[in-house]
Structures are given as C-alpha cells and as structure tokens.
Design a protein around this ligand. Structure first.
Ligand SMILES: C[S@@+](CC[C@H](N)C(=O)[O-])C[C@H]1O[C@@H](n2cnc3c(N)ncnc32)[C@H](O)[C@@H]1O
Length: 223
C-alpha cells in the first residue's frame, strides 16, 4: 500500500471499541505492567457523533498508560474539550499516588463538569483550569514544569508550532510531549516531522479514527 492509499485507509477507519490500535502499552505483550485504566465516564466521552472533537478511545487509553509509565505527578493538557483525556490523566495521577492535571482551553464551556468529576475522583488529584489562548498562557509563565504535555488545541501549523515552542521548555527531562492529529492535520504532521528532523526521539502512531498521534521524548540531561 503506498503512502496516499494508507492515508486514505486510516482516515476512513472508524474503530471505536479498541484500546490497542495506537496504544503499544496494550498491544506489545509484557509492556503493560500496571493495573487499571481510565474511568468509564472518561471512555464514554471518546469521539462519537455527540462528541466529535474528542480523541479516540485508544488515545484516551494511551494517555492513561503514558501517565502511568512516566509515573507522572504533573500533566498539562492543551485543548481539553469535554475532558475525555483530562479525566483519564486524572485517574492515572490518582493511581500514581496523586498529582495535578493543568487544563488549558480557549473555551471554558466544560471546566465545571470536569472540575466536579476530578473532585469526585479524590485520591490527592487536583485539576487547575487556565482559560485563554494556549501559547499566550504558557508564555505568561502560568504553568509549572510537567512530566507529560498533551497538545491538542489550534491545529494550524502556526498554532501547533507556537504551542510546541512555548510548552517544550516546560517539559521535564525524561518526560513526553504528545501531539494529537499528527496524521490527519497537515500543520501537526509538519510540526511532528520537524521535531524528528531536529534529532529528537519521536514515535508516530496510527489511531482508530485516523487522527494519528506523535510522542516526542525529552532526553535525560547528560551528567
Ligand atoms: C480537539 S479538541 C480537544 C480534545 C481533547 N484533547 C480530548 O481529549 O477530547 C480542541 C480543543 O482545543 C481548544 N482550542 C482551540 N484553539 C485553542 C487555542 N488557541 N488555545 C487554547 N485552546 C484552544 C478548543 O476550544 C477545543 O476544546
């Protein structure tokens, strides 16, 4: 299958009931060494006609597993919509022993229900909400350093590139920055390719709805 045909195949594929499509933690035998997963209400918010902007089910599971793998205590999600991934991350933080998920969005429409769900989760997990343009919020120094940063806001090349440039310095060494839509959206795809070309450790994966996801790891500081 050539690249163009493969692209058409992935953008047609609508496979909702999967955890392993893009999630190597649940695909490669022996890699997943922890129990648990996102809460049912997080999974129920995955992409559907009622939640068209939500991430796919496999990406929600990937964000849970990645948060567990990194033993994350501080996570930033840039572009949260209804909170499908924010709530999966919150559950992972609880399972890691507690932490904070920082939720950044230009719309505050879903801040209240997400805050209520995180509060109900308990377990030493806190959600902080930042309302406004994502790059401007990071540039204003309103966020802490984080183990994991999920970028899923303005999908134009200029928007994603600006987000990466502003959020990368906040990523702790050994942490991961995740770009959603790195197959389907040209601006995200170009940004992911630039990070690979810059010599960073990059993994791009197909996802069940055809959006694609790219993981970029920040190398540990040399002694
Ligand atoms: C695709 S949705 C995010 C989906 C979410 N990550 C999930 O797991 O379901 C994109 C979100 O980005 C937000 N957004 C778009 N442009 C933005 C910007 N410049 N700054 C902050 N948020 C933005 C939108 O309001 C929307 O909630």
């Amino acid at each position: 299958m050539n690249g163009e045909k493969l692209g058409r195949f992935f953008s047609r594929a609508e496979i909702q009931d999967v955890v392993g499509w893009s999630n190597f933690f649940q695909t490669v035998p022996g890699v997943r060494v922890w129990e648990g997963g996102p809460p049912a209400y997080s999974l129920a918010l995955s992409r559907s006609p009622e939640s068209p902007l939500s991430t796919e089910l496999d990406v929600i599971n990937l964000m849970y597993d990645l948060s567990r793998f990194l033993k994350a205590r501080t996570v930033i999600e840039v572009g949260i919509y209804k909170g499908a991934c924010s709530l999966a991350i919150a559950q992972a933080l609880k399972d890691n022993g507690g932490g904070t998920v920082h939720c950044v969005d230009i719309s505050d429409a879903f801040f209240s229900p997400i805050a209520a769900a995180v509060k109900e989760l308990g377990g030493g997990v806190d959600a902080q909400f930042l309302h406004g343009d994502s790059a401007a919020i990071a540039a204003a120094g309103k966020l802490p350093n984080a183990n994991l940063i999920f970028i899923d806001a303005d999908h134009s090349y200029a928007g994603v590139r600006k987000d990466v440039d502003e959020y990368w310095p906040l990523l702790m060494p050994g942490g991961a920055l995740v770009l959603h839509d790195s197959i389907m959206w040209e601006g995200v795809r170009k940004t992911a390719a630039e990070l690979f070309a810059a010599g960073l450790p990059v993994i791009s994966l197909a996802t069940s709805g055809g959006s694609g996801v790219t993981l970029v790891f920040k190398p540990l500081a040399k002694e």
